[in-house]
Write a protein that binds this ligand. Sequence first.
Ligand code: XUL
Ligand code: CO
Length: 434
Amino acid sequence: MSTGFFDSVPAIPHDAGSDAPIAFRHYDPDEIVLGKRMEDHLRFAVAYWHSFAWEGGDPFGGQTFIRPWHPQDDMGRAKLKADVAFEMFERLGVPFFCWHDADLRPEQGDFAGNLATLEEITDYIGEKMEASRTRLLWGTANMFSHRRWMAGASTNPDPEVFAFAAATVKSCMDATHKLGGENYVLWGGREGYETLLNTDLGQELDHMGRFLSMVVEYKHKIGFKGAILVEPKPQEPSKHQYDFDVATCIGFLRKYGLEDEVKLNIEQGHAILAGHSFEHELALAAAEGMLGSIDMNRNDYQSGWDTDQFPNNVPEVALAYYHVLKAGGFTTGGTNFDAKLRRQSLDPEDLLAAHVGGMDVCARGLKAAAAMIEDGGLEAALEDRYAGWRSPEAQAMLGSDLASIAAKVLEQGINPAPRSGRQEILENYVNRFV
Ligand code: XUL
Ligand code: CO
């Protein structure tokens, strides 16, 4: 039985020439791109929190959305919210969704209550999944909204908060496993500090490392086959977050011996906040074998805070998927829309339009990326730029030492002639595909 929430919106056509306000013009799940269905490349997921739990508030104003599942303090309404969510998954034809525990169930104020309601709502969602083709990309614990987490979860100075966090993550891993999730994510919004004046940074990092090791140990204990992913972000809500960016996370994982157990969930907006580009973060993770999944969105380049807008910049998205494809594509990961409506976008149709538009932008980006891979122009340019390193002498130098190399430079009068980096030519090349 339909909830009626989306009744005012007609079915969404797949029609490249459509004039309808909401239509898929580029995303065709069955279109073959580089030998694989587009749906299997992109592996789209809807984020439960932005679409169904967030009520439209910002730091200067409260709720703008009025939904039939508000207020979100009741299990009956939590189930109605799940019913609407699954209706949206079906309308969009998305293969995946993602959640935090706190998005699904009302907060009970203590662990036993939160556990009981999480089990009840995830049983309910499990039944809905049996009647649906939408699967779980990942689950995670919200350890940043409730006041108990204000000074951190695993990095909290109070060991009782560490304990509450361990119990919470266990319950969320169990729920993710029960629902067949393909990954488990940890994003530490409060794992950081407001001021170093009250923070023992070294101790907090050690606690976070030990906590993540416990997560990995528990994954193996319960036989969870999915990937454990951490999500870098430099700041917001904390002034400084320990999982600052991809490079910082990789250093952290290596320090605690977790580099073979944990990969990264990389978000566009977080890359921008860290002063990087999205493709920088993706390329670095790929180079280190740690590219797990992506949170697709778009950060406003002026605002300096996390705006979580739906993507609409095809050239940027194309370069992102270029690195994903070059790394072999997603395995357990996918494209999660960690994106929310603008708070004036009140209507059910806005929710659908946002996702359809985002899916179309990603489809265009993927097709452009695939075309660049097939054409091979960027790869050939790289080959050419590094060609000198293919010679046996150049390779031998890597096994040599400074003094021997210096002697050779003198003896042979080596005096390198600079070559063009051809950046504009390559930018023009990319422009032919996007
Ligand atoms: C916050 C953020 C989170 C994580 C999951 O900026 O990106 O939604 O993706 O906790
Ligand atoms: Co995210």
